[in-house]
Design a protein around this ligand. Structure first.
Ligand code: SF4
Length: 389
């Protein structure tokens, strides 16, 4: 029974577990826009109810497998061009070496990231694949994932728009996969907008990939990018789109809310970063739209204040690496895990290490993967302390 009584009838309805429509959420946003305290306390109450006092993270190594990309997003600094200093074309040997190092650092997750279908645009990517004995990036990722499992890490692949068959193959070795929805707004793909030169970011394309992940029962991480010129209405629409997918297939394991930060070498270098209060409102609204969802913000993108997001609805810090940079946001180093633990504790929360697949989704993965997890899993379905500390 909830003891919190608020002035807003709509928010009281949220606490009473009543279903809220898109229009209800828009009204809640309008009502609380000037004074979001009731919205934030509602989100906090729901978070307490469904996620108690725990905050999780995944201890990972980031494999920047190939950062050539056939698309161009106005905010992206991850993508490289041939000849760039930051170009990454990891060889099998480099992958093995990083896996070994990751194991020494007691990482649990091997995050494999690539640009969008690089071999479609770049001869350099095709040569790199041939040299390593593969005909496509997804084939290479399957091999890398097998290596990760052999060396005791759990793969999570985020390689953009993979097709149904590629995802089906990767499911055999990946305990979960990821693709950001970013936003369902078509407007953001128009001329002058951030996704104009990124066909892979067309909302319908992304939604189709997520549909496929649902059909394949892949525990899926998705999310939205906040502060790239969208409206709050478009944010709410995007969160509802994720909710609907989850209602249909039940496979969305977490929602990342990523705040835009301008990068010096990009078209959007002069755009302001997402305003913190606006971002907190997005977090709180996401919690009330999907009260039971795992909701994550990356702590490195809010270095001074990440722990304050614990009181507006998040319950996860995502992947944190003790040895590799965040290649998507290289100027934002991850905080030390011990520091995250300390700051979470100060805010009243206990930090625990999870697998790249949340315990609620263990039934989605194959027996072989499940057996490997069970070796280092504690009674909560999280990683036993001696395997990550
Ligand atoms: S954000 Fe992804 S799809 Fe867009 S340019 Fe960067 S790597 Fe390519």
């Amino acid at each position: 029974m909830n003891n919190l009584v608020l002035n807003s009838e709509r928010l009281n309805n949220v606490l009473e577990n009543k279903e809220n429509s898109f229009q209800d959420i828009i009204e809640i946003y309008k009502q609380t826009q000037n004074d979001p305290r009731e919205l934030f306390s509602t989100a906090q109450e729901l978070r307490k109810k469904f996620k108690n006092q725990t905050v999780t993270f995944s201890k990972k190594a980031f494999f920047n497998v190939v950062n050539l990309c056939k698309d161009t997003c106005s905010y992206c600094t991850y993508k490289a061009e041939p000849g760039d200093e930051k170009l990454s074309l990891m060889s099998k040997q480099q992958i093995v070496e990083l896996l070994q190092l990751a194991k020494k650092y007691k990482c649990v997750e091997a995050l494999f990231v690539t640009g969008e279908q690089p071999e479609q645009k770049y001869p350099e990517a095709r040569e790199w694949l041939t040299k390593n004995g593969f005909s496509s990036t997804s084939e290479y990722l399957i091999h890398a994932s097998e290596l990760a499992l052999e060396l005791g890490l759990f793969p999570h692949t985020n390689a953009g728009n993979l097709n149904y068959d590629e995802m089906k193959e990767l499911k055999k070795t990946n305990v979960s996969m990821g693709i950001m929805l970013e936003n369902v707004s078509e407007r953001l793909t128009e001329r002058g907008m951030p996704h104009y030169l990124a066909a892979s970011k067309r909302p319908n394309t992304r939604l189709e990939i997520l549909e496929n992940s649902g059909k394949l029962k892949i525990p899926m991480t998705t999310g939205i990018l906040v502060g790239i010129g969208e409206t709050m209405e478009e944010i709410i629409q995007s969160i509802f789109a994720i909710k609907q997918l989850h209602q249909k297939y039940g496979n969305i394991q977490e929602v990342i809310l990523q705040n835009f930060q301008p990068k010096p070498d990009t078209v959007m270098k002069d755009s302001p970063s997402a305003n913190e209060n606006y971002f907190k409102t997005v977090v709180a609204l996401s919690r009330i739209i999907m009260p039971e969802m795992n909701i994550q913000i990356p702590p490195n993108l809010s270095p001074k204040s990440y722990q304050s997001f614990l009181s507006v609805g998040i319950n996860d810090w995502g992947g944190i690496s003790p040895l590799t940079p965040d290649f998507v946001n290289p100027e934002f180093t991850w905080p030390e895990i011990s520091k995250v633990e300390e700051n979470s504790k100060k805010a009243g929360f206990e930090l625990k290490c999870r697998f790249p697949v949340y315990p609620e989704f263990f039934s989605f993965i194959g027996k072989e993967l499940r057996d490997k997890i069970s070796i280092i899993e504690n009674e909560e379905g999280l990683v036993k302390e001696e395997y990550w500390k």
